[in-house]
Design a protein around this ligand. Sequence first.
Ligand code: SAH
Length: 343
Amino acid sequence: MSHILQPDSQLDHWVAEQNLPAFRAAQIRRWLFASRAESFAEMTNLPLPLRTELEGAFQWWTSHVAVHKQAEDGTEKLLLEFSDQQKIECVLLREAERRTICISTQVGCGMGCVFCASGLDGVVRNLTAGEIIEQMLRLRRLMPEEERISHIVVMGMGEPLANLENLLAALKVAASSEGLGISPRRMTISTVGLPAAMRRLSQAGSQYNLAVSLHAANDTLRNELVPVNAKSGLEAILAAADEYFEASGRRLTFEYVLLGGINDREQDAQQLATRLRSRSALLNLIPYNPVAGLPYRTPTEDAVARFSAVLTAQGVNVQIRRRKGSRIDAACGQLRRMPVTTA
Ligand code: SAH
């Protein structure tokens, strides 16, 4: 059975084959993308027999919500389990008028960043485009009907650029007027920095925001923290990022997890400033969010402020990412395949 959320589900083709007027496909998409309905039976402006036929021809949900957590700051997190028992997490963040969803692209992650929960057990598989879209709709259904998703950040589990084709197919649906109608300029893809895939993104003329996870300003330290760095080195990553900026005109974002005593010293800030001050970029500092079983320390607020001040003094735009949803392990780097059981 075809997954109706999969971009190549052939819904239009099926509608034509049934000798139905073409507007039926648009009607069905409105139910999928603009309502809170969860079953074909709820598509009340379709004739009853058509609803039954849809049920026979298409699968809608390929996951179920295994765990749903809500934090006091309005953040909600879903653990979704797919039919092959694989699990991923995705998050809804509320901030003033913003409704940002954070979605995953892989079960697990193969990049091995030493401070991140998502890659602790490696990568199992890529998510399909339909499974990526399904996260958007599951999260959409946590909001009242009159609210809309305003932003998408591809910052959940997995390395987005290691599953680029499926991700782009999913984001295209998110952007289309018959999908979620969200401007690509309100979507951000965060990558560990895979130069070849970054160049493909440039060549595709994409308008998404690109965020590059740096975490260190020299190769020695970066090889330790982000092992995949050894394959390309920082220079190649920064060159590919510059190319993306030139092609898209979108200001780059660099992310930098601050690990107490490891990459938060004054000399680290100086080196980072040297790398970034000539670039039109935003630097996002992310104080380390604790991951059960990992030995890293979150720097004190003072240390974060000192680090930030060194960069600001050299003209770098710095933003400190406020921790959201950490009580429910929904903050950056805390998403994983299994819920942590706390005694
Ligand atoms: N694989 C992509 C998407 C992850 S985005 C990437 O590497 O960019 C999530 C961001 O949170 C990344 O910058 C990631 O390095 C960072 N992160 C990972 N673990 C973290 C932790 N424990 N605390 C804070 N940030 C973390």
